[in-house]
Design a protein around this ligand. Sequence first.
Ligand SMILES: Nc1nc2c(ncn2[C@@H]2O[C@H](COP(=O)(O)OP(=O)(O)OP(=O)(O)O)[C@@H](O)[C@H]2O)c(=O)[nH]1
Length: 109
Amino acid sequence: MAAIRKKLVIVGDGACGKTCLLTAFSKDQFPKVYVSTVFKNYVAGIEVDGTQKPIRPDQGRDMANTIGALGYMECSAKTKDGVREVFEMATRAALQTRRGKEKSGCFIL
Ligand SMILES: Nc1nc2c(ncn2[C@@H]2O[C@H](COP(=O)(O)OP(=O)(O)OP(=O)(O)O)[C@@H](O)[C@H]2O)c(=O)[nH]1
């Protein structure tokens, strides 16, 4: 059977771990040094409450519901926990067909 090719776009804040996630999955490695993928950053700083905390799983699930994502998963590129499952879910979503609806070009996970 011929391989099916799909384009996967990873979106997220700067330094949130996009490159590490892809590297953990595709090369089974965790990059030792952080090198920004963007060559030029234009940054305007604004402090809201003076602290930055990691989001909790329930906040992540709420956000996934808000944006109409097909799924929500947690993973660690560093320990590789859940990385394979993330890409399995992405693959299933990409292969999913929507009956009775117009073809959608994009699924959100
Ligand atoms: N502890 C931990 N740190 C991580 C994980 N994934 C990424 N990091 C760290 O987060 C930082 C940014 O990771 P990147 O994958 O380069 O982030 P990015 O989103 O590609 O960054 P930009 O290209 O600047 O947008 C690095 O210092 C990584 O070591 C993880 O699963 N666990």
